[in-house]
Write a protein that binds this ligand. Structure first.
Ligand code: NAP
Ligand code: GDD
Length: 341
């Protein structure tokens, strides 16, 4: 019988790529969707017609128990979160509830539905659980590159909430013998990236300027450095982690780092433009506390999972610029139609 996966965050970037990957692998894929009329569900229905949907919300324990009971998954991928770092300062409590406590609720739903208690630990046939941890947990980094043993020093309410979810996942593994793992993923991008994140903001900005739809692009801190990879590669690592013999946490990234300035230069160059003529610095876009430098050491994933990134930084940026040029040239208005390319 086909393995069955339940994905929270199915309407997000990673949910879409993971669903495609799991469908390719012959899985029955279910996606958790929230809200009475969530406009982003239509893009799941358009692109991922073989995904079945179940209603639920990471803020609502009962709904998660019902979803797990209905779907009877072999694997749960918890990708749902408030994931935009600046929003976590504006709505810190909501971020803690969704991004942090949401992990507790999902783990509890699995524990309760599997009949696991302190004296009756998880056995074979157990539900395997993946938690979307983040390199934001490293924050003000203690060493470079960052690996699975690097201490955390989160710099945003989002990073703090992710650290809670990370430690809780470890704790359920240790307390109940659950197959529960965290992928500590560094930034990963794609043509389906949300428009609020810097890569997509830049590639959409470049496309608008190239097509005469805008004359400038306002940005915050150009000096921050990130390890940027391709989302399509990273979701494969999630599946590999749940197929490993033992439940362990892994760092997933490229091992290279670029500044926002280098990202901007590469994106404008991909469209034949000189960035310095268009980019305007905006102090209001700087963060209360910044993560200055992220760079992964993905050796453990390479050796133990056989995972490697396949898309280099310049290729990724060019892919996103081309996609946004195509989208905007076709007259698609992102405010009206957020379908995935
Ligand atoms: P994304 O595009 O922002 O998607 C976030 C998803 O969370 C959406 O599907 C959203 O659904 C869902 N969600 C929000 N609130 C929810 C709630 N109360 N209950 C259930 N679902 C809820 O994020 P992404 O880039 O795909 O990232 C996936 C996960 O990986 C996130 O947990 C993120 O924090 C983490 N992560 C991402 C990166 C990266 O670089 N992309 C790196 C490390 C970790 P709605 O449509 O209902 O809003
Ligand atoms: N979003 C944004 N907008 N970022 C800007 C801008 C701007 O106008 N100008 C400069 N930046 C800088 C930010 O200050 C940050 O240093 C960097 O660009 C990257 O910002 P984002 O793309 O918003 O991503 P992030 O690194 O904060 O968080 C992403 O990666 C994390 C993993 O490290 C998100 O996907 C998180 O959910 C994820 O956990």
């Amino acid at each position: 019988m086909a393995r069955r996966a339940l994905i929270t965050g199915i309407t997000g970037q990673d949910g879409s790529y993971l669903a495609e990957d799991l469908l390719d692998q012959g899985y029955d894929v279910w996606g958790l969707v929230r809200g009475q009329a969530n406009p982003r569900v239509s893009r799941v229905r358009k692109l991922l017609q073989d995904v079945q949907l179940v209603r639920g919300d990471l803020l609502d324990q009962g709904s998660l128990i019902s979803a797990v009971e209905r779907v009877q998954p072999d694997e749960v991928y918890n990708l749902g979160a408030i994931s935009f770092v600046p929003m976590s300062w504006e709505q810190a409590e909501l971020t803690a509830e969704v991004t942090g406590m949401g992990v507790l609720r999902m783990l509890e739903a699995i524990r309760v539905c599997s009949g696991i208690t302190a004296s009756r630990s998880s056995g074979s046939g157990q539900i395997r659980f993946y938690q979307a941890s983040s390199s934001e947990m490293f924050g003000q980094v203690r060493e470079t590159p960052q690996n699975e043993r690097t201490p955390f020093h989160p710099r945003s309410p989002y990073g703090v909430a992710k650290a809670y979810g990370h430690f809780l996942t470890q704790n359920y593994r240790e307390s109940y013998g659950m197959f529960a793992v965290s992928g500590i993923l560094f930034n990963h991008e794609s043509p389906r990236r949300g428009a609020e994140f810097v890569t997509r903001k830049v590639t959409l900005g470049v496309a608008r300027i190239k097509l005469g739809l805008a004359s400038e692009l306002r940005l915050g801190n150009l000096e921050a450095r990130r390890d940027w990879g391709y989302a399509g590669d990273y979701v494969k690592a999630m599946r590999l982690m749940l197929h490993a013999e033992t439940p362990e946490d892994y760092v997933i990234g490229t091992g290279h780092t670029q500044s926002v300035r280098e990202l901007v230069a590469a994106a404008f160059e991909a469209a034949g433009l000189d960035w310095e003529q268009y980019v305007v610095g905006d102090q209001a876009l700087h963060r209360p506390a910044e993560v200055d430098l992220l760079c992964a050491d993905p050796k453990k994933a390479r050796v133990q999972l056989g995972w490697e990134p396949t898309v280099a930084f310049e290729e990724l940026v060019a892919m996103m610029v081309e996609s946004d040029l195509r989208l905007l040239s076709a007259g698609i208005d992102l405010e009206q139609d957020s379908s995935w390319p």
